[in-house]
Design a protein around this ligand. Structure first.
Ligand SMILES: [Ca+2]
Length: 592
């Protein structure tokens, strides 16, 4: 298909035309931009000591009218639904509040309940059932990564001339060099490969004695940074360097995946200043971390202005999953927490801030999902979606920018065929349509259906009140119905999931089970291999990094082929066991 042609699915073509319209209107918008911005007068952010202020006469937003927009995607880690000022948090987030208020707040916005799943969906535009990452996260010792046959967002943006840079947490696997961010579409990478680690030393122990350094500059350990810089500030400095050295007339994609506010709960002392009154120590630390993150985003925004990107930029802010109450986060009044399919695990803080938005200062209550960024951003970048890529995301730019209806009517939150811990689940409970032992969740219009064990199911009140520990949190606990494996909620009417309607509306339950079943027919096998002892950083210079060599794999495979040939008829059982250990794991690995 020729670039600029319109043989895409209808929703994408439509989005592309709108994108062109938006960009053509930039000459008017850029004028508005100058009036719209007077950032220095905002006095945003606590401290602001590292802010790069825009000097008099410096040009804001020098991007040429009609050019491809600069895309800045900021992903926070484990920020809960209530952990933003404009959702009523006691933690102040003046930068986020201001950026969101001037942009479009996404108030019906969904992500996945954990790190790897959300990141995989953002970068591919696909549900986990279509990438093989349905189960849990990618663990550091597993020979697993985002399957290489998935085209990534930075790869698509590079095709249309973008410079692509990633700063922060990857968490999409690294066992082979081919899985590294620089091999998956990023021109540069500065950040960590694992899911968490020390904010200052950048070390991580996966289990006792299995420890290593986890900070990279492109494909090599960034030992020069082993000097105790707090990662939120270190990443922000890197972003400032990238923006300072790049030509703002060339489109840039900047993916900033902060480590904050994931555990361990660490923050520089000065950020505790405003939160000494919070008795709960975890919440106090978390508040300090979030205050630092808020300041960092102020500094990123200031750098976009100082170096001439802002006028032609789209800043997207998103959390990757719900908050973890045991580690200071709060999703109140939503049910559940990180790692669950209750709203508290998947309904996220998110907004878009951009001079290119038509409806600035609005709230979008249309359904938006993290897979939607892939087609939306490629379309805005004047790129093309290959016809053979089966995307699960929709182009939602008109929805966000102009307040139109979302093209999305459903979200497959997930189907995890190897998480079958609901002992009382059965085909019978699923009307013969679905085995309710399987953990799954789906949203169709206002309805949400959950099956299996959705995870921790309480409502956790704000922890700011006391330091009394978890018992204090369970005032809102409702009795867990033992044996229950199906729930139905009307999320629009009951966003807190207090009234299960599954018994009252069996026909709706059946309809949603059928939809689940349809989705399941398109699923690929789960990848969740057992850990590989060769991943130990001790064998890799003390660094977490690629350990699986392609040559080694080939040799091993040749050797085993030879061996198998000799033993073919003698030892069939043994060969089968070996097959069971292949990278594409089978459902028997449920406990892994
Ligand atoms: Ca996370």
């Amino acid at each position: 298909m020729a670039r600029g042609g319109c043989s895409w699915p209808h929703r994408l073509c439509k989005g592309k035309m709108v994108a062109v319209g938006v960009l053509a209107g930039l000459s008017v918008l850029s004028l508005l931009t100058y009036g719209y911005l007077s950032w220095d007068s905002l006095g945003l952010g606590p401290g602001g000591t590292e802010a790069t202020r825009t000097g008099p006469g410096e040009e804001l937003g020098a991007g040429a009218p009609g050019s491809q927009p600069h895309i800045v995607f900021i992903l926070a880690d484990d920020q809960g639904f209530r952990d933003v000022g404009y959702h009523g948090s006691e933690i102040r987030t003046p930068t986020l509040d201001k950026l969101a208020a001037e942009g479009v707040k996404l108030e019906n916005y969904y992500v996945q309940p954990m790190c790897t799943p959300s990141r995989s969906q953002f970068i591919t535009g696909k549900y986990q059932i279509h990438t093989g990452l349905q189960h849990s996260i990618i663990r550091p010792t597993q020979p697993n990564c985002l399957p290489l046959d998935n085209v990534t967002l930075p790869q698509k943006l590079k095709e249309v001339g973008y410079s692509t840079h990633m700063v922060g947490k990857w968490h999409l696997g690294f066992y082979r060099r081919e899985c590294m961010p620089t091999q998956r579409g990023f021109d540069t990478f500065f950040g960590s490969l694992l899911g968490s680690g020390d904010y200052y030393t950048h070390f991580k122990c996966d289990s006792p004695g299995i420890c290593g350094y986890d900070l990279y500059e492109n494909d090599n350990a960034a030992w020069d940074h082993d000097n105790g810089i707090y990662s939120t500030q270190m990443y922000t400095q890197k972003v400032q360097q990238i923006l300072a050295s790049h030509n703002p007339r060339k489109p840039i994609f900047l993916y900033i995946a902060y480590q904050a506010v994931h555990s361990p709960l660490q923050a520089p002392g000065k950020y505790f200043e405003h939160y000494r009154s919070i008795n709960n120590i975890n919440r106090r630390r978390y508040a300090a971390m979030l205050a630092c993150l808020d300041e960092a985003i102020n500094n990123v925004t200031l750098a976009l202005k100082k170096y001439g990107y802002y006028g032609n930029s789209i800043i997207i802010y998103s959390s990757d999953n719900g908050g973890q109450p045991m580690a200071g986060g709060s999703n109140w009044p939503l049910r559940g927490s990180k790692g669950t399919y209750w709203e508290g695990g998947i309904r996220a803080v998110g907004f878009v801030h951009s001079p290119l938005l038509k409806n600035k200062g609005s709230v979008c209550k249309e359904l938006v999902h993290i897979t939607d960024w892939f087609p939306t951003l490629i379309t805005l970048a004047e790129g093309q979606i290959d016809e053979d890529i089966q995307l699960d995301g929709y182009d939602i730019w008109e929805t966000i920018s102009e307040g139109r209806r979302s093209p999305r009517v459903d979200i497959l939150h997930n189907i995890d065929p190897i998480y079958t811990k609901a002992k009382n689940g059965s085909w019978e409970a699923g009307y013969g349509i679905w085995n309710t032992a399987i953990q799954s969740a789906i949203r169709v219009n206002h309805w949400k259906l959950l099956t299996g064990n959705p995870g921790y199911s309480d409502w956790v009140p704000p922890q700011a009140f006391s330091n009394a520990g978890p018992n204090r949190w369970h005032n809102e606990r409702v009795s867990w119905s033992a044996g229950k494996t199906v729930w139905l909620f009307n999320i629009t009417a009951d966003p807190y999931e207090r009234v299960d309607l599954s018994a009252r509306y069996p026909d709706v339950v059946k309809q949603l089970l059928r939809r689940l079943s349809q989705f399941n027919k398109t699923a690929v096998p789960v990848r969740y291999p057992p850990k590989d002892p060769r991943s130990n950083p001790k064998l890799n210079g003390g660094v977490w990094g690629p350990w699986f060599k392609e040559d080694e794999k080939k040799k091993k495979s040749d050797k085993s082929k030879g061996a198998n040939k000799q033993k073919k008829n003698k030892n069939k059982k043994k060969a089968n066991r070996k097959k069971g250990q292949s990278l594409h794991c089978r459902s028997r690995l449920a406990g892994g």
